[in-house]
Design a protein around this ligand. Structure first.
Ligand code: ADP
Ligand code: MG
Length: 334
């Protein structure tokens, strides 16, 4: 049997049962954006997450600067802390470096990491350095902290909850295509899309705020595309979902990109990865108030794109009112 026969998530499910020796102090093991364990005092929890970026899988060295690569390696880890409503603490950076990589490159890589580290008061406290025969590999492990009672998990959504995202979707996937193909687009639009792909924003304050409201029932960061990431919420929560095509947040830039490349914004949004927005569910009777407070506090809107249903499937209601089931079509490494 090959990994592609069971897929990335099938593999994670398979090892899940083998990995845990003791339950002592563990609040959340494999299966969420971070692992959570007790620590730091009354109602305090420690978060732990790790994410790896591999050359020619996650990035192409002739399409990203070392600074951007450093920034992005920390950003994708910070995003998992944000998705749990936590505050980041300290990072460890391990690198496998092929011979062709220069010291100047690594200096700039660290400058990129620390530019974001400085913003969120994250130190790099250690790591590991090894050689690599071919590709550059970067791995960050990041700790965080949160109030145990207000943590956000993937599980917790209930039928009737509204589904929200805190920004536009699909732009990073469009940015990637602009980076690797010759897309005939206005330079400003190109720059904007490429930036969302290379330097994704991180939503630590937003995640912490959502956790504090007590009205957010589940949360995940969108790393693999919403069809896949909403699938994780549904699976962990034991529910289904209905998305409204008319309410999916499509930016003007994505519309222009979709027209030029003759693609449907819908397809890009459902399966395009690396948006790193927060996808979350809110108790139905609290959603209007939350939308207003969020807009006032952060100066940006929340987008309500559907609702949680009973069952286990995800449906899409098109503009004509017809509903069809959608499959997880997001990123799976295998
Ligand atoms: P994310 O996209 O939020 O980083 P992943 O889909 O990578 O989450 O991982 C889902 C869960 O599976 C997490 O709890 C993660 O720690 C765990 N996981 C991923 N790969 C492995 C592995 N090789 N061994 C054990 N646990 C893993
Ligand atoms: Mg995640």
């Amino acid at each position: 049997m090959k990994l592609k026969d069971i897929g990335e998530f099938g593999f994670i499910d398979r090892v899940k049962t083998l990995c845990q020796i003791t339950k002592k102090g563990i609040i959340k093991a494999i299966g969420d954006d971070c692992a959570v364990y007790k620590g730091g005092g009354e109602d305090k929890a420690i978060l732990f997450t790790t994410d790896m970026l591999v050359e020619n899988v996650h990035f192409l060295l002739d399409r990203i600067t070392p600074f951007e690569l450093g920034y992005k390696t920390l950003a994708v880890n910070l995003s998992d802390i944000a998705a749990m409503g936590g505050k980041p603490l300290n990072a460890f950076l391990s690198i496998a470096v092929p011979e062709r990589i220069t010291v100047k490159f690594l200096d700039e890589l660290y400058a990129g990491i620390m530019s974001l580290g400085r913003r969120y008061h994250v130190n790099v406290l250690g790591g590991d350095t090894t050689g690599s025969k071919n590709d550059l590999v970067l791995n960050i492990a990041l700790t965080g902290e949160a109030k145990e009672s207000s943590l956000l998990y993937r599980g917790g959504a209930q039928a009737g909850d509204k589904i929200y995202v805190n920004g536009y979707l699909g732009e990073s996937a469009a940015g990637l295509e602009v980076l690797i193909k010759d897309v005939d687009l206005d330079e400003t639009v190109k720059k904007y899309l490429v930036k969302t792909h290379l330097l994704p924003e991180v939503y630590i304050a937003e995640g912490a705020f959502l956790a504090e409201t007590g009205d957010v029932t589940s949360c995940i960061d969108v790393s693999d595309g919403i069809s896949s990431d909403l699938g994780h919420i549904c699976r962990e929560s034991g529910c289904g979902a209905l998305l409204y095509e008319k309410d999916l947040p499509v930016s003007d830039e994505l519309k222009v990109f979709a027209e030029t490349t003759k693609k449907k914004p819908l397809d890009i949004i459902l399966s395009g990865g690396e948006d790193y927005k927060l996808l979350f569910t809110v108790r139905n009777n609290k959603s209007d108030a939350l939308e207003k407070i969020f807009q006032n506090k952060f100066g940006r809107p929340l987008f309500c794109l559907g609702e949680i249903m009973t069952g286990k499937d995800i449906f899409l209601r098109n503009r004509g009112g017809e509903e069809r089931p959608i499959k997880a079509s997001g990123w799976d490494h295998f």
